[in-house]
Ligand binder design. Sequence first.
Ligand SMILES: Cc1cc2nc3c(=O)[nH]c(=O)nc-3n(C[C@H](O)[C@H](O)[C@H](O)COP(=O)(O)OP(=O)(O)OC[C@H]3O[C@@H](n4cnc5c(N)ncnc54)[C@H](O)[C@@H]3O)c2cc1C
Length: 412
Amino acid sequence: MPKSDTEVAIIGGGAAGIAAGRRLAKAAIDCLIIEARPRLGGRAWTVQDDLGNALDLGCGWLHSADRNPWTRIAEAQGQTVDRSTPPWQKPALPVGLSVDEQKAFGRARNEFLERLEVIGRKSPDVPASNAFEPGNRWNGMIDAFGTYFSGAEFEYVSALDFDNYDDTENNWRVKEGYGTAIATHGEPLAAVLDCPVLQIDHSGRRVKIETAKGAFTADQVIVTLPSAIVAEKEFLFTPALPEKTEAAAGLPLGLADKLFLSLTNAEEFEPDSRLYGRTDRVATASYGLRPLGRPLIEVYFGGRFAKELESGGEAAFAEYAIAELAHLLGADFRKRIKPVRMHCWAADPFARGSYSYAKPGKAGCRLALAEPVDGRLFFAGEACSEHDFSTAHGGYLTGVAAADQAIAARKR
Ligand SMILES: Cc1cc2nc3c(=O)[nH]c(=O)nc-3n(C[C@H](O)[C@H](O)[C@H](O)COP(=O)(O)OP(=O)(O)OC[C@H]3O[C@@H](n4cnc5c(N)ncnc54)[C@H](O)[C@@H]3O)c2cc1C
């Protein structure tokens, strides 16, 4: 049985919880991760296909990789960091979208982003969709790009928050899986798994954490739950913390789901090439061919469209992708592809989505969610990051910050 008393309890063992735990352990503070799933990593999750390829069902890209702490950690673990150019920074295959059309789309998207930057710096905050040029032929495709970036269509997303994101545009990958690197970093930490937290009672001298496996007590608690979970659990804290529920509600989790397909005679395509699905609407998918040179297709679905497909289960994603690829590459292409793995993140009870975006007018919720309570409750997780939100390195940095706040409060 895990010990039921600790100095700092960490609720959630994803990127943020693991980073917080490692920071506390370094300061020789006793801590325990309490995690609902049977594994560490949270929205970072690597599985293997039959050929032994690592498939990242959650985060896959070391965004801002040159300053991303996970890059250094993965390399120190002996994992292989691949620095080749990502498919979206190269021209796509000229199938369904000619080279000239791709250039026109690129220009329209850049102009949209320039307008978005201008309105993002003005007050009051408005939906990012205000940056669309009415009637522009490329609006659907630009919005589809928004669903991959934010997990939501631009009409739902704060222009200010979108503009706050800080990107060095270096995007690398871990060959053995981003999820592998993150979970491996958590291995030395004390953790109790399969243990959903039901309530955090901070009314007494020590904090009491009620879980499916009984109660735990701690001096301090670091909460790293996804913002969607904090928002939906109105009774998570006793006494209630309505300011946290409200801040979390301003930061819903957008949806991005990945489907991996196996591909025969894959050599026909360049490694890390790319195909767009529909180019005239937001409801479509994006296809990464031969990721890391492997005989696979990585299909990305986002926003409302992904949500709709989730209601039909995993089969609905495969059916859509296979039909769209057959339309682009010919009916015979169906025979070359087969669904391998995917995960429905909105249906996942311990995530309720993929990554956070701020609703218009709610960019300030990130700092409000991160604000400590009473020197005993601390908050971390990608949604708490003002400039690296939505990402695994954002999770890491907020985890370290929350642990530092807890350490400082202990000294006081
Ligand atoms: C499909 C997809 C693609 C992505 N692509 C990228 C990418 O390329 N690059 C990138 O940087 N990021 C990407 N992300 C986002 C990235 O995975 C997350 O931002 C990051 O992993 C979040 O870490 P976290 O610690 O904040 O939250 P989480 O990883 O969600 O950790 C929170 C933990 O809390 C646990 N939990 C939930 N409820 C309870 C409860 N009641 N009791 C106890 N524990 C509970 C969860 O199980 C989880 O382990 C992607 C995500 C998805 C889903």
